[in-house]
Design a binder for this molecule. Structure first.
Ligand code: NAD
Length: 428
């Protein structure tokens, strides 16, 4: 399959894009499984790729054209599920990678979903609320042929949140003529969202971190120091939950930069400061650090929770952490994986560590279809049960085959999709 290089890139400075990383992870995992070669080839390909170019009226009256994508990677296990991203880094390759990872993530935590992802090439910070609503509604209406609670169910990702999901749900509902809450997840609670969905991904990251630490005999939170990259939905809630449990969060960052205090940050205070200043960068009770510096700070656990391709062959030799728990999707390149494994740094991979989000999205979808809603305790109890089970399955696969945790997680997920594919058969 052809993978495009970014414009202006040469072979010498080539850093693998997300799709190259996703494909090389896949190739690594299938090598350890004795699967039919037809099945291996089939699962490598995205099923559908949808590109839309659409107009948005800016506040100054001008019409601007935007490009968006929605990719369904594999739908053998059920309707496709995956977030929608608004970012200036969105490319078709990025969306393909994220859709493929969604297939494996849903399979790993045993949800009845295939994998999808969507993205619009836009910097959401440059849009007014009215422009953002216009863009979201028009993109949603372009996606109508794909969407429904039984075919494709979007959710938030980078640059989108509950408000965008509300606009998508409303646009879909207005088109079909009745309210359909189950067409998206990550909605506000007053229109059918689930308790706990906002916190779910970050909380799941910490649940997986605790499982990893427990297996090393490290059970006292006060002894463990954590560094978090990204202070959005995932990073903020991971830092907040870790802090609540008594872990020492030494540093956090967003796209502007980070703040570091070797004695630990007061996360509720950083959060309040960031809400006021739109960034944690510059929080006064800590030292300013760049994102590059933050990744190599000394700590017990590093949580990359911003975006893909952050840990590469260039900075992996300089990491000073004992463990990486991937909150973001694809934050580590395959070359960096090799260095991390050689250095004995434990890595809890993205499709396991950040699966809390899609798991509570699944709960939201189930609650929406049944019109019967759960309380927060029930959501968090079921979340922990599912993640711990997936963690155990990954550890067993790693031990049985003598492979690292990423390869084991992918093998567990890929094997389930392959088995389901063979049971269903190749159509026609
Ligand atoms: P978000 O938009 O809420 O937050 C992203 C954060 O990363 C922001 O603080 C932003 O400033 C920061 N950031 C962006 N570019 C950066 C850069 N180059 N360097 C450092 N920081 C940077 O997004 P999110 O929903 O928290 O998603 C973060 C990651 O987690 C993405 O990889 C996403 O795919 C993944 N993820 C999200 C969810 C979810 O439920 N939201 C679920 C699973 C995985």
């Amino acid at each position: 399959m052809v993978v495009s290089m970014k414009h202006g890139q040469t072979a010498f400075d080539h850093v693998p894009n997300a799709y190259e990383t996703a494909l090389s992870q896949y190739d690594r995992a299938v090598k350890h499984l004795s699967l039919d070669e037809n099945v291996v080839e089939y699962m490598r390909w995205p099923r559908r790729e949808f590109t839309v170019n659409f107009p948005v009226r800016r506040d100054n009256g001008r019409i601007e054209m935007f490009t968006g994508y929605r990719v369904h990677h594999n739908t053998v296990m059920g309707p496709s599920k995956g977030g929608i991203r608004y970012s200036m880094n969105v490319t078709l390759d990025e969306v393909r990678a994220l859709a493929m990872w969604m297939t494996w993530k849903c399979s790993l935590v045993n949800l009845p979903y295939g994998g999808a992802k969507g993205g619009v090439l836009v910097d959401p910070k440059t849009l007014s609320v009215r422009e953002k609503e216009g863009l979201t509604r028009r993109y949603a209406s372009e996606l109508i042929p794909l969407l429904s609670p039984h075919s494709d169910i979007p959710a938030p990702d980078m640059g989108t949140g509950p408000q965008e999901m509300a606009w998508i749900m409303d646009t879909y509902s207005m088109t079909v003529g009745y309210s359909v809450p189950a067409v998206v997840t990550g909605k506000p609670i007053n229109i059918g969202g689930s308790q706990g969905r906002n916190e779910a991904t970050g909380r799941g990251v910490i649940i997986c971190m605790i499982e990893a630490l427990k297996r090393k005999g490290l059970t006292n939170p006060g002894d463990i120091s954590i560094v978090v990259q990204g202070f959005g939905n995932v990073g903020l809630h991971a830092a907040a939950y870790a802090y609540e449990l008594g872990y020492k969060v030494l540093a956090v960052s967003d796209v502007e930069g980070g703040v570091y205090n070797p004695n630990g940050l007061d996360i509720p205070a950083v959060r309040a400061w960031a809400a006021e200043h739109n960034t944690p960068y510059g929080y006064p009770k800590g030292e300013r650090v760049s994102n590059a510096e933050l990744l190599t700070l000394p700590c017990d656990v590093l949580i990359p929770a911003a975006m893909e391709g952050q840990i590469t062959e260039h900075n992996a030799p300089h990491l000073r952490t004992k463990m990486i728990v991937e909150g973001a999707n694809g934050p580590t390149t395959t070359g960096a994986d090799d260095i991390i494994n050689d250095r004995g740094i434990q890595l809890v991979p993205d499709i396991l560590a950040n699966a809390g989000g899609v798991t509570v999205s699944y709960f939201e979808w189930v609650q929406g279809l049944q019109a019967f809603f759960w309380d927060t305790d029930e959501v968090f109890r079921q979340l922990e049960r599912i993640l711990v089970k997936a963690y155990d399955a990954t550890v067993h696969m790693a031990e049985d085959h003598g492979v690292d945790m990423r390869t084991a997680a992918q093998m567990t997920a890929i094997k389930r999709v392959a088995d389901a594919l063979l049971t269903r058969g190749f159509y026609p």
